[in-house]
Write a protein that binds this ligand. Sequence first.
Ligand code: ATR
Length: 283
Amino acid sequence: MPINGQTEIVGIIGDPIHHTKSPVIHNAAFEALGKNCAYVPFHVRPDDVESAIAGIRALGIRGVNVTVPHKQSVIPFLDELSADAREIGAVNTIVNHEGTLIGHNTDAPGFVKSLQDDHQFTCKGKRVSIIGAGGSARAIAIGLKRAGISHLSLINRTKATAAELAQTVADGQFVPDCFEPDSSDAVATLANSDLIVQTTSVGMSPNNQVTPVTDFSWVRSGQLVIDIIYSPETTLFLSTCAKNGAKIGNGAGMLIAQAALAFELFTNTAAPIPVMRKAFYEQ
Ligand code: ATR
């Protein structure tokens, strides 16, 4: 659709931003639905976050996605937060409702939706291990807890970081435990998990030959293993798990699902998910 006087702008802010696939995914969806909207990347440096948010209001931008490293630093400049964003403490989608800026987080529900839609995996009552304890692990842990998993283990190089995350996620009977990679406790808990989620950057291109754990004796059929990395498409971690009988999935599912939920927040229209998936893979 040609850009004209009625075109509405949506975008993404991050630093760096040139690698983002979000414009291709969202613009394909706008095109498919005949929406007069354009999705553009904005390179915003950390010192400019406040003025960038003011710019959303001033320019009447309909909404933006937020990526690394701004998911937390945008929060003080927003008017409202959704329950997900508040609990996760991070925002990946800002919607401009006639000048009121509302922060949402579609990473966590996107991850859970992708498990269901792409892998027919239902979270309720399942035992889960997450490798890593950073921002992505936090969103995923909260999403999985909300979706009703029965137990969570956090496996992280720095045990203190995992313990901190465990404390924020803990609630009532739900108390995650924490282990170091390749410890006998980590191996035992991984063997006992229905779902394993790899959230660190270990194995991401161009460092394709490294894995976040070296002991793979725990892998068995009946497990689903997700690596949130999507470049390479199959990390060495995933291919090793697949060789040992587990079902696997990469980060494309989560990326597309979070984009679909953000699209619905921007447009109040059901997202054309197959179109978005095709755009992601064709880029
Ligand atoms: P993100 O927001 O993408 O999750 P992050 O907050 O920087 O990124 O978190 C990175 C996670 O990957 C952390 O859990 C980190 O482990 P530490 O807590 O020990 O720092 C983990 N990680 C990153 N590089 C790693 C490596 N080379 N080996 C093991 N873990 C690593």
